[in-house]
Ligand binder design. Sequence first.
Ligand code: COI
Length: 363
Amino acid sequence: TTGTAPTFAVTQNPAPASAAERAHRMDSQPFGTVFTDHLAKATWTAEQGWHDHRIEPFGDLVLHPGATVLHYGQQVFEGLKAYRWADGSIHLFRPEANAARLATSAHRMALAPLPEADFMASVEALLTVDEQWVPSADETSLYLRPMLIGTEPCLGVRPSRTVEYVLLASPVGAYFPNGVKPVSIWVAQGYHRAGNGGTGQAKTAGNYAASLLPQQQATDHGCDQVLFLDAARDTYVEELGGMNVFAVRRDGTIWTPRVTGTILEGVTRSSVIELLRAEGREVVERDISITELRDGIADGAIQEAFACGTAAVVTPIARLVSPDHDVVVGDGGPGTVTMALRQRLTDIQYGRADDVMGWMRRV
Ligand code: COI
């Protein structure tokens, strides 16, 4: 149910950044470090429910130092993108899926869920005032980051009775500094991302905080991303630090870890599965052991591997590294299935191909 969409009232509207200022701020900055002129916000209290939907000038948040988000990490977030098409129009990719996942994540973290109608209205309102920030260069988009945070001052461990919804936006290009060049992945040693019954399926800050140290290990070993194995057996491939993982086999089938409750069910992941299946490819969601992956890469049974996510789109994987192995995928270059898939997905997202799946929403 979508309910009635609230209006996000514009509270103050200072002069937006000039075109020159925008261009200057966006010029080859690292992913997610440039922000637009406004925020969309709404407030929830137990008494009033969701209210005070508004657009504010971009600025710092004022939080009580006792806010539950600061002490116990009561937070959930999303990532989605707005794309500028060649005709200048702006389109979102499957925003309802992000609205639904935000609600599911909120449930897990005992936060009041934001109704889908409010989510959609916030995105539309922010894109209306920050329209000029949707970039148009190749491979660029406006990355939207909605979040819910517990704001009640309470050092007792219990759910906040006040929640703030904040939507920020950041013009972005490729997630990895080297663009879409193949990346290398490091198998996490001694660390896991999530356990059974934990928060692995929720998009919540703590999962990413927990990935930072193992990600640092990956970097120390010259790799771009960390790969996590399951916590119970330390055997099965789960996901990378911030994206899902796929393997393309010589027999034409494509494998990806099944969702078990400990991995994040990516919107790009499910879209990629649907696109591949629509092309007649067999996609198998299964347990994949690290041995199967490593040996498959080494003996050529696995010819390509890729990471996918809203931020990463579809990024080829060239190497799998751990203390006892270092294997190169295929010839170390981007695979043909991977790059065709990336093209197929981005053609839909940028309006270069018909939206046969019905995924795009014009703003
Ligand atoms: C996304 O892909 O949108 C994420 O939230 C992952 C993060 C690494 C940016």
